[in-house]
Design a binder for this molecule. Structure first.
Ligand SMILES: Nc1ncnc2c1ncn2[C@@H]1O[C@H](COP(=O)(O)OP(=O)(O)OP(=O)(O)O)[C@@H](O)[C@H]1O
Length: 245
């Protein structure tokens, strides 16, 4: 579904020009949950942002369903971007809007032919009873559920997740992982997840690309992939970690 072909991107900073992404080639299949891992600054976010044309590569191409994304302009570019949802580490919710206003926001900005109903997405993420609340009244996990609902309401073909659980504690992380896996199945999406958290890749992804200094150094099939994990209480986790020799 997504074909990334020898893409490179350089940025110029105070210390001169450097390659943030260096000749990366990979393919992501429809309905795959694909991770991008690597240390801070490895180029993960830049690589992911090529897919919805928030960054344009200097060299190489990114194709989605055969269309070269970097060449799209005007309506064709907007239509492409409408097929792609995104969720963020810090949720990016509007603090002066309620949960339901935040979730409906994309529908205020563009016309989506296949959008889902507000009720459906709020039920799906388990926030039907919080629809009139403001973000400041929610936990981190609930805020990310709002972010997921806001992405789902447009019924995207592809969901890009930029460090979706990095601001969350361990149990909340697995709750969000479960919501994302369920969303992939229910709505037949392709999901791409940038993270430095290996346990998230393990629980969520089918495959993962490993980036180092902008280069793709490996693509790994995840074994024991998407497994059911029983959510332990915070107390149980404390005992498990502190009493483990
Ligand atoms: N618009 C930009 N202008 C200049 N430099 C940039 C820009 N975007 C990214 N960079 C730099 O490119 C490198 C790769 O950034 P990128 O955000 O893709 O890495 P990352 O692997 O996602 O890192 P992190 O996990 O810290 O977010 C970093 O050194 C970053 O500072």
């Amino acid at each position: 579904m997504i074909e990334i072909e020898t893409v490179s991107k350089s940025f110029t900073g105070r210390e001169g020009t450097f390659k943030a992404v260096d000749a990366v080639t990979l393919k992501i299949a429809a309905r795959e949950v694909f991770g991008i891992i690597g240390e801070s600054g490895a180029g993960k976010s830049t690589l992911m942002r090529f897919i919805n044309a928030l960054e344009i590569p200097d060299e190489g191409s990114v194709k989605m369903e055969g269309v070269d994304v970097g060449r799209l302009k005007g309506k064709a570019l907007r239509d492409h971007q409408k097929d792609i949802g995104m969720i963020f580490q810090h949720f990016n919710l509007l603090g002066n809007k309620t949960v339901e206003e935040n979730v409906r926001l994309p529908l205020m900005l563009h016309n989506y032919e296949q959008s889902l109903s507000l009720e459906e997405v709020l039920d799906f993420v388990g926030l039907a009873d919080k629809r009139k609340n403001y973000p400041a009244e929610l936990s981190g996990g609930e805020k990310q559920r709002v972010g997921i609902a806001r992405a789902l309401i447009t019924r995207p073909k592809v969901l890009l997740c930029d460090e979706p659980t990095s601001a969350l504690d361990e149990n909340t992380t697995y709750e969000i992982v479960d919501v994302l896996r369920k969303a992939q199945r229910e709505y037949d999406m392709t999901i791409i997840v940038v993270t430095h958290e290996l346990h998230v890749i393990k629980a969520l992804c089918h495959r993962a690309a490993v980036l180092e200094k902008g280069k793709l150094i490996d693509t790994v099939e995840v074994v024991n992939k998407p497994h059911e994990r029983s959510i332990k209480s915070y107390h149980e986790r404390i005992l498990e970690v502190l009493r483990d020799d």
